[in-house]
Ligand binder design. Structure first.
Ligand code: XBP
Ligand code: MG
Length: 227
């Protein structure tokens, strides 16, 4: 870990979304979850501390289900409630994105510009729902920047499973050795490495305590990765 790494020596760079390309969890997804609970007449609200713990479960619908079961709901009720709440949460997240409430992390736009200028293919592998992922990527970077986008809508086996990264390798036709992943979380690094990829971890306030020891390089800032 933490050998120097030059992203420009790879043919493709695969970006995670939440917590990596964008600072989306604390003031984006968490707010959308809470508003969906409020609209449904539920008393539940996820504060910033609790949400950091709930992030251990990837996938918003699974996160709701896991939370409800942890607080006494039976599995069937939890599943039904999560299936009812999550689509509305996704709509609210789309609105938050449209209102500019989900910013890119500092240095990300510059890195994407630099990599694209070097002719490196850019991909996305996220657990998040395509319904908000696409408008987010388009707003901040332009969808055409990305040669391929894999989301939790079509790949429902979520991180830390490697399925999303294996799908990017399939659609790109690239060898794993020629690609590198950029992630923020332990689950994301585990997924990328399990797919045979080297991974750079750019951790954040929610993930700095995660085990990212299998990453090739760990930093808190994209400034380390740009020229
Ligand atoms: C992070 C996730 C996502 C988001 C919520 O995805 O686990 O589930 O927290 O989005 P990644 P959804 O870091 O892989 O981008 O509610 O659409 O799942
Ligand atoms: Mg992430």
């Amino acid at each position: 870990m933490n050998t120097t790494i030059d992203l420009r020596s790879f043919k493709a760079v695969i970006f995670d979304v939440d917590g990596t390309l964008v600072d989306s969890e604390r003031h984006g997804h968490r707010v959308a979850f809470n508003l969906s609970f409020e609209e449904a007449g539920l008393p539940d609200r996820w504060d910033e501390l609790m949400y950091g713990q709930l992030l251990e479960v990837t996938g918003g619908q699974r996160r709701i289900r896991s939370y409800l079961q942890a607080f006494g709901s039976d599995p069937q009720t939890a599943e039904a409630m999560a299936a009812r709440l999550h689509p509305r949460k996704t709509e609210i997240m789309r609105d938050l994105i449209a209102s500019g409430s989900v910013p890119p992390r500092p240095g990300v736009a510059r890195l994407i510009h630099e990599l694209a200028a070097c002719g490196i293919e850019l991909y996305v592998a996220t657990t998040g729902n395509r319904a908000w992922v696409e408008p987010l990527l388009d707003r901040h970077f332009g969808l055409s920047r990305f040669a391929g986008i894999v989301t939790g809508t079509e790949i429902t086996t979520l991180k830390p499973d490697p399925a999303a990264y294996l799908e990017v390798l399939r659609i790109s036709g690239q060898r794993a050795a020629d690609c590198i992943a950029i992630e923020d979380s332990g689950a994301g690094v585990t997924a990328a490495v399990a797919a045979g990829l080297q991974c750079v971890a750019v951790t954040n306030d929610y993930t700095h305590h995660h085990d990212v020891s299998s990453a090739a390089y760990v930093t808190r800032s994209f400034a380390d990765l740009t020229r």
